[in-house]
Design a protein around this ligand. Structure first.
Ligand SMILES: [Zn+2]
Length: 588
């Protein structure tokens, strides 16, 4: 800008015949009063930006506030020196000085944004954006969402066609806006799922599943809830009149955070209809095996299990504890292009490359789950993952198959490795047959991870450590959940975890590669001896693995206790949860 104006300004203020000295002098007189003004303008804007927004940003996410302040001060000083001590006389010098000030301060701002945006402590939604058109856009959306009843998302139905927003001032518009409000709220709190279920005669309750833990939402009048459910159903092109069967469909919603796949599930019972929105279900189950949370030794054992040919490997976890993700990841241990890899499942959560996925549908005149599994196993596949064990017949079919040729992973709803072996024997109904084919046991739970931004370190009392079986001389520090951060000595809700204290989940596992001795103990149903044999392997139990994560600061002792002390599946049924009914998957 300045380089363009420079010659024009000079031409306007100076006669072409003026000598060099006069030029400088005249210019100096002309610019003397607005020179500081011009130089200070960008300075003031910059100072406001760093002292309010940037300083707060650095404080909230612990980005080294003092270090950044020093950098800003240095940039400020440099800008001042360049602006006022530019060794070029006249207007040219002033404009050059101005350009330098803008440039130096601009670099400072860009540097802060670029470096802090790369910092993993700062969540994507809190990144600094220097594109000012986006800022104003974001502000508009924010202001609009404050007034609530607005339509701001793009919803694509099951066929991929955008669902037209209804005219304002129509009742349909309000319904659409309410439906969008739920989606926006869910993404703000990082929910993986939202459920609507009848709470009382007159109301429905919303609940949000955040890192596997249900958080209560608002109550809605039943009439409104029904219109909401019908709206989402119609988006997914589901039959609105079908109010009893469990039906589901996929839609896509585009908002501030990009495109989200939303699985719409509805079902009905005597008490009323239920609705579940599951966000990006495929991404949730897509994780490389190294990222699931196995300890190093466990990962080696898991990979070793993948190398062993044939036999059954049990994968056990309570509901909502990552069983599907692990089952899918295990298949990656096998090359789907050189081997025949298949799954049998009732609901496909993700498309697996190269894997033949058989999605079982219950039909009155069709085969049952067990015969579907049998027909798959008869063709001698290399690897089959049976994603659930709905009945004892399925277990019997697997145990009877030629397990010297086929590796079969069997997902079981169970509480631990030992318990899963017991369930398996019970389901097969023939302990010898059940034990013979077993190659490995893997069991897991999901732990919530402490929020790095607000977790609170503390010194654990030695007697607590002793109780937990942790060495007091080695464990000097543990962490507990925070939920708040101090910003200029004032506590504020942590922006990363929204005050929950936890962000994300990690699996904790038990992995046992079974040997002949263990197999014969299973065949003899000598569970006490099996337990001892498993212990002798020196492999950590789920609780030990979880405590290791606590010592690392990844999670808290409270979370370890919550997840491992009692069986979560039992805990869950005690609580009145608003979850949409999950198909019962039980062995035996
Ligand atoms: Zn936090």
């Amino acid at each position: 800008m300045s380089t363009l104006q420079e010659p024009t300004l000079l031409a306007m203020t100076l006669p072409p015949s003026a000598g060099v000295l006069t030029l400088a002098e005249t210019a100096h007189q002309l610019v003397s009063w607005w020179k500081p003004l011009l130089l200070f303008a960008p300075f003031v804007a910059w100072a406001w930006l760093i002292s309010t927004l940037f300083d707060k940003h650095a404080a909230r996410f612990f980005l080294g506030r003092e270090k950044w302040n020093a950098i800003h001060m240095t940039a400020g000083m440099l800008a001042l020196i360049a602006g006022f001590l530019m060794p070029v006389p006249g207007i040219g010098g002033v404009l050059l000085g101005f350009t330098s000030v803008v440039l130096i301060l601009g670099i400072d701002i860009a540097l802060f944004a670029a470096i802090t945006n790369k910092d993993e402590r700062v969540p994507e939604s809190q990144h600094i954006r220097l594109d000012f058109s986006k800022i104003s856009e974001a502000r508009e959306v924010k202001a609009a969402s404050k007034q609530q009843a607005t339509v701001q998302l793009e919803i694509k139905n099951a066929s991929g066609i955008a669902v037209q927003a209804p005219n304002k001032d129509t009742p349909d518009y309000a319904i659409r806006a309410n439906a969008e409000h739920i989606f926006i709220k869910a993404s703000q709190v990082r929910a993986s799922q939202v459920d609507f279920a009848p709470a009382t005669e007159a109301t429905y309750a919303a609940s949000y599943l955040i890192d596997g833990v249900r958080q209560a939402g608002d109550a809605i009048p039943t009439a409104d809830a029904i219109t909401l459910i019908d709206f989402w159903k119609s988006c997914a092109e589901l039959d609105i009149k079908d109010r009893r069967r469990k039906i589901s469909g996929m839609i896509k919603v585009t908002g501030g955070a990009g495109e989200t796949g939303v699985k719409i599930v509805t079902s009905g019972s005597k008490s009323g209809m239920r609705l579940t929105l599951v966000f990006d279900p495929d991404k949730a189950v897509r994780r490389p095996i190294e990222k699931l949370g196995f300890l190093d030794q466990q990962l080696e054992d898991v990979k070793a299990l993948g190398q062993i040919e044939g036999g059954v490997v049990l994968l056990a976890a309570p509901s909502d504890h990552g069983r599907t993700t692990t089952a899918y990841s295990m298949l990656n241990l096998h090359d789907a292009y050189t081997q025949n890899v298949q799954t049998v499942e009732t609901e496909s959560e993700d498309m697996l490359e190269g894997v033949r996925q058989i999605v079982y549908e219950a039909k009155d005149d069709g085969p049952d789950f067990a015969s579907t599994v049998r027909s798959v196993l008869r063709r001698d596949p290399d690897v089959v993952s049976v994603m659930e064990l709905p009945d004892v017949d399925t277990a019997k079919e697997i145990a009877k198959a030629d397990l010297s040729r086929s590796r079969v992973y069997v997902s079981i709803k169970g509480d631990g490795a030992l318990a899963s072996a017991q369930l398996w024997v019970k389901a097969v109904g023939d302990a010898k047959l059940a034990g013979e084919g077993l190659k490995g046991l893997i069991a897991q739970r999901l732990l919530r991870k402490l929020c790095d931004n607000c977790r609170v370190p503390y010194q654990p009392p030695p007697e607590i450590l002793q109780k937990l079986g942790l060495p007091p001389d080695k464990v000097k520090q543990l962490h507990k959940k925070g939920g708040q951060v101090l910003i200029r000595n004032k506590p504020e809700v942590c922006p990363v975890c929204q005050g929950l204290g936890y962000v994300g989940q990690i699996g904790v596992f038990e992995v046992y590669v079974l040997d002949d001795e263990m197999r014969s103990l299973i065949a003899g149903q000598d569970w006490i001896a099996l337990r001892n044999a498993l212990r002798k392997t020196q492999r950590p139990s789920i609780q030990q693995a979880a405590l290791r994560r606590a010592v690392e600061g990844v999670t808290s002792i409270e979370e370890v206790m919550r997840v491992t002390a009692s069986a979560p599946s039992k805990q869950k049924s005690k609580k009145k949860s608003g979850a949409a009914g999950e198909a019962p998957v039980k062995a035996g």
